[in-house]
Design a protein around this ligand. Sequence first.
Ligand code: AMP
Ligand code: GLY
Length: 444
Amino acid sequence: MRVLVIGRGGREHALVWKLAQSPRVDRLFCAPGNAGTAMQAENVPIEFTPNDFDRLIRFAKKERVGLVVIGPEEPLAHGLTDAMQKERLRVFGPTKNAAQLEASKVFAKNLMRQADVPTAEFRTFDHPQPARLYIESREYPLVVKADGLAAGKGVIVCSTRQEALNAIDRIMIREEFGAAVGRQVVVEKRLEGQELSLFSLVSGRTILPLPPTQDHKAVYDGDQGPNTGGMGAYCPAPIATPELLQQIEEQVLVPTVSAMKHVRMSFKGLLFTGLMLTSQGPRVLEYNVRFGDPETQPLLMRLKSDLLDLLEAVVDETLGEIDESRIEWDPRPAVCVVLCSQGYPGPYVKGRVIQGLEDVGRMTDVQVFHAGTRREGDVILTDGGRVLGVTALGDTLADAKRRAYEAVSRISFLGMHYRKDIADKALLPPPAPPPPTPPALEAL
Ligand code: AMP
Ligand code: GLY
């Protein structure tokens, strides 16, 4: 079968790398891909743009592609699945309607409310003034979210009331994330706890959760600094015990999937639930309608079964026939460390020469997934904010971390930065709570 993967990031390189191992894949394309995907697939120089599906569709038909796998959220939100299905192409990825779970935070929160899915207390607004009044009346820290897709930047986690008021201005008045994106906002209670990324294959009524992973959103060690697309991940996440996963399946996954069916937007594809594990139980922070990045990198490093079988079972609605216990996972954990360009997540520099990739290529059970890279002659250059995802398996999580950082130490490019503490949440005891303020001082 011929398979076309759409996208150009670390997630797509991991998908391509894994699909290339399938004995049933005889030609693999990636549009537009990066220097990494070019090692296992044929890169096709077609960029997705919201008003031009035709070039991708024509390419897929001309090459008799048997399965299209859409990596990023943007084409899904714009209805590339629907357009391709109309042309009788087989597509892995939800329809435009179902993709609203990610593309509209207002839609997602209303669905959670309807389906009684545990999430942060919230209100939605389409005018700034009532949003401000609501913020003034809250006694706890808030998070303000622009409704539409904003490349992960439209969520503002606030510590003070003033920050939340400023967030309303930024989203609704100054329209920093775009006019349509900021037409509505969600204002919700800020939750505390560890985050968990849980991916499930979903088709019809069948839900097949994959091993749990944990991302690291903030740019600096110790979760400091602004949020990024993700600075590193590990799989499995030991915090997600079988009991917790069972609870999430019952309280979150089943009601979400049935509610989508009920509103005639049946979900077919990969449902990513971003959860906060609070002291009161798991709460949904967000849904995504695609594989996560970088979580997919350590996840697929551990998958031994054929990924094509799983993706096709979703598309053909035969997922229910797959025996979960027959899906083979490497028992060893995997850790992925993301190497970033100088300046990221702000404006960053591109075009720097990357060194050390061949050296790391000789290490066993280490895979460097490319994100923002391109080849120019014999050299590989940086070409994005997140550049590489250095991923390693190890006998234990500590060992996987050590091996990932060993590989990282062999790679360099000017201005490269990365977090040094990926997986520490699962390896180190939690930090002691701050000592209580003595009553005498409080009185002062
Ligand atoms: P979202 O796109 O909704 O997942 O938000 C992106 C990131 O913002 C999440 O991964 C969290 O780190 C943070 N976040 C979102 N909602 C909340 C919340 N209610 N409380 C605390 N942090 C949040
Ligand atoms: N790593 C989070 C995401 O893919 O959205």
